[in-house]
Write a protein that binds this ligand. Structure first.
Ligand SMILES: [Zn+2]
Length: 64
């Protein structure tokens, strides 16, 4: 479920859940729970499977 607020204001980074997947920092949106990734250039943005799953990323430690 995408939040309308997120569409307008952008996602709300859940800083308590941030982890490093060996390549980038990751977390979820506090509001709509979308997967977020910290892009070196763009900053926090939504995780994009086509673009971001090309490398062997580590899952959140809680799922390990
Ligand atoms: Zn969101």
């Amino acid at each position: 479920m995408k939040s309308l607020v997120c569409k307008v204001k952008g996602h709300r980074v859940n800083r308590r859940r941030v982890w490093h997947d060996k390549f980038d920092f990751r977390t979820n949106c506090d509001r709509c729970n979308a997967s977020l990734i910290r892009d070196e250039v763009e900053g926090w943005r939504e995780f994009d499977n086509d673009r971001d799953l090309l490398v062997d990323r580590m899952a959140h430690p809680k799922h390990a």
